[in-house]
Design a protein around this ligand. Sequence first.
Ligand SMILES: NC(=O)c1ccc[n+]([C@@H]2O[C@H](COP(=O)([O-])OP(=O)(O)OC[C@H]3O[C@@H](n4cnc5c(N)ncnc54)[C@H](OP(=O)(O)O)[C@@H]3O)[C@@H](O)[C@H]2O)c1
Length: 239
Amino acid sequence: MVTGANGGIGTAICRALAKEGYQVAALCRCPSRAEPWLEQEKAQGYNPHLVIADIKDQDGIFSAVSVVEAELGAINLVVNNAGITRDKTLKRMQEDDWLEVIQTNLTGAYHLCRAVVPLMLERQYGRIVNISSINGEKGQMGQTNYAAAKAGLHGLTMSLAQEVASKGITVNTISPGYIATDMVMAVPEEIRQSIINQIPVGRLGEPSEIARIVTFLASPDAGFITGSNLSANGGQHMH
Ligand SMILES: NC(=O)c1ccc[n+]([C@@H]2O[C@H](COP(=O)([O-])OP(=O)(O)OC[C@H]3O[C@@H](n4cnc5c(N)ncnc54)[C@H](OP(=O)(O)O)[C@@H]3O)[C@@H](O)[C@H]2O)c1
């Protein structure tokens, strides 16, 4: 089950998992964006199973999980990828901007984990991958809300990993740097180049490079990796 499936990185994750033979439940919040996305994916030869729910809505997420388990079978992998930004300096940030980002990027992951972990515990197997950000590791001006949520997400990863490690369940974080999604490619060329200048490998990351990490962490071979934070940022932040 992949959240934010119709976004730039989410699409790459769904495709990579499908290529590995997974049946993908694609959780999207908005039918008017999700349905054209589904058509586009089908035209490309993929067949994700669309589930509409808002990650902020705990009841909606619990029913989405029940529907997916009934229609597709056991959810053995969750990728908490849905995320938003509402960038402003703290001085200008309204409580709505704060709450919307925390509830989507952090509480949303709690909702899905809360629904799925008891099922994984019963089955003694599971893989959870949380998509954080370089800015949760290093902070970023104008992103107190986003950086707090993304740093909090790795706190969730480390704590949950300890709770479920002995039951065959791993929980890991991926922290991407700047990735060439539509959002980043829409930034004016000059600003994009100034971002690239801060990346030692000299380019943006590709969504497929994040997806490849997901498929690795999801695989049975990655069973000894849990509670980790895998940074994929072209060397922009080392710690
Ligand atoms: N792109 C980067 O450079 C970068 C770098 C570091 C980390 N990340 C993280 O990677 C993840 C994916 O980013 P992206 O670049 O692919 O962004 P994106 O294209 O904007 O995709 C975000 C996805 O999250 C969904 N979403 C937002 N709020 C939701 C909610 N309340 N319930 C369910 N789904 C919701 C969006 O749905 P709608 O289409 O309906 O809005 C969209 O599908 C995010 O967590 C982001 O913070 C991205």
